[in-house]
Design a protein around this ligand. Structure first.
Ligand code: NAP
Length: 258
């Protein structure tokens, strides 16, 4: 079930956090995985670690804010393996900044990485995804923006909701090529990026999840692998929440009285 045997997958932001979890799960399911990010040292270390665990994983450096980097990444991946079947547009940033302090540069930075970076990634991989027998695009959105709000993340939430707006039209446009476009909406997942928000934040987020813990990166990997698999062939334009039930309680009381 759920095999990705010999499917070629490009994962942006695949060098750590959720992207690394997606890469590990895809590689374990037999995919030939190409991960990208900006840090060469972290990217090469990640590819080595996942390859030593038995997967086929290579690193190619690419900054998603640079269109040429994505074109080079897609060309190199396709040359290496004869095509691209799956794109996971996952690279993203979440620097917290409240509206009172937010500058145009803060806003642009988050939009450039999260939204324009996703668009560049899709555009660069699209010629090969269209040639694939079953092209798949899996976007990493978030519960923050499409469903919930959190002070400090108005710009971030706007990008993550924007990804779903993009998805719904792209899913219609690309269906005629057999390419599906879906999204995972993670809740709070223990990653290097989230670590940066501090132990107090991590503890309080874990307590707001009915399952009373943060998610793991592999748990997002399993969801992405399903959406990328043959078994998900009739799922198109879907937003899959993976959050341990975090969005469910109507109030603090609903959570605490269970
Ligand atoms: P992370 O641990 O900080 O990892 C981010 C990844 O993206 C790294 O591989 C990083 O590599 C790459 N990246 C960042 N900026 C980039 C750029 N300009 N070009 C190319 N790659 C770039 O973050 P994470 O927590 O795993 O988050 C990954 C995705 O999940 C994001 O889209 C985020 O919005 C989403 N998400 C996360 C959570 C959560 O709880 N962690 C929840 C919901 C959604 P380099 O730094 O080397 O470039």
């Amino acid at each position: 079930m759920n095999t990705l045997e010999n499917r070629v997958a490009v994962i942006t932001g695949g060098t750590k956090g959720i992207g690394k979890g997606i890469a590990r799960v895809f590689a374990a399911k037999g995919a030939r995985v190409v991960i990208s990010g900006r840090s060469v040292a972290e990217g090469e270390a990640c590819a080595t670690e996942l390859s030593q665990a038995g997967g086929s994983v290579v690193f190619i450096r690419a900054d998603v804010t640079k269109r040429e980097d994505l074109e080079t990444l897609a060309d190199a991946a396709a040359k290496m393996y004869g095509g691209i079947d799956i794109l996971c547009a996952n690279a993203g940033v979440f620097p917290a900044c409240k509206l009172d302090d937010m500058t145009e540069a803060d806003w642009n930075h988050v939009f450039d990485v999260n939204l324009k970076g996703m668009y560049f990634s899709v555009k660069a991989c699209l010629p090969w995804l269209k040639k694939s027998a079953a092209g798949r695009i899996v976007l990493t959105s978030s519960i923050t923006g499409p469903i919930t709000g959190f002070p400090g993340w108005s710009h971030y939430g706007a990008t993550k909701a924007g990804m779903l707006g993009f998805m719904r039209t792209a899913a219609i446009e690309l269906a005629k090529f057999g390419v599906t476009v879906n999204a995972v909406l993670p809740g709070n997942i223990a990653t290097e990026g989230l670590d940066g928000l501090g132990a107090d934040y991590m503890r309080s987020m874990a307590s707001s999840v009915p399952l009373k813990r943060l998610g793991t990166v592999d748990e997002i990997g399993y969801a992405a692998a399903f959406l990328a698999s043959g078994e998900a062939s009739f799922i198109n334009g879907h937003a899959l929440v993976v959050d341990g039930g975090q969005i469910l309680p109507e109030s603090l009381q609903a959570l605490e009285s269970a």
